[in-house]
Design a protein around this ligand. Sequence first.
Ligand code: HEC
Length: 218
Amino acid sequence: MIRLLISIALIGAAIGAATVGILGFQGSTMRKPPFELFPDMDRQAKLRPQEPNHFFANGVSSQLPPAGTVARSQPIQTVNGEVYAFEDSPVNTGKVSGSTNFVETNPLPVNEALLVRGRDRFDIYCTPCHGRLGDGNGITKKIGVMAAVANLHDKRIVELTDGEIFNTITYGKSTMGAVGPLLPTQDRWAVVAYLRALQLSWLGAKEDLTPAQQTTLK
Ligand code: HEC
């Protein structure tokens, strides 16, 4: 009986010593090269960037993309040139670079194509709540799932900067959820441009027309 207990204790001690010996000294400094039972991916068959490598004919590990490679992202054309998605630019943030102030005007060239795209996206992503006219009478109000939806023709909203509206579309505001994940940057600016046109259509006065046009009014 005593012998059995002693053997169990010895075997236990041996297993303990082996475990500590193999796993316990990971990361400690030794003179001899370690005996690696678990290499833990310390060494990997990989190419480090910017290092010479004789596998490729030109001897470098960082290879240029093959001809005809399609870029993952395209720059956005703005009134001040091209902007990529990773840049800290008003196009991506809606804010003046290096500040928390919203930009006054749409950084994209506002042309017919942008407005057409904007109407298309607005009618899909905004009308359920704001209605096609933007007056806040969308289907969600009718069926009673969203009681108070902003009327986008309110003086306060008409007076918001383009950057702030872009921000509201991107991140949402109080009960309005973020539409940013559904609309790429360019489309969000297109919606801002279309919303401006929509607001203008409500604010137009007889005096905006030429005298000749005014005479044709009924
Ligand atoms: C799910 C419903 C819903 C959708 C979809 C929606 N909105 Fe809204 N939106 C709201 C509600 C509700 C408010 C009012 C939030 C509040 O209480 O201030 C609002 C407020 C706003 C405001 C005013 C923000 C402010 O500063 O007070 C703007 C501008 C706006 N929405 C634009 C849009 C645009 C553009 C889209 C489409 C890209 C859109 N919304 C999609 C529900 C929605």
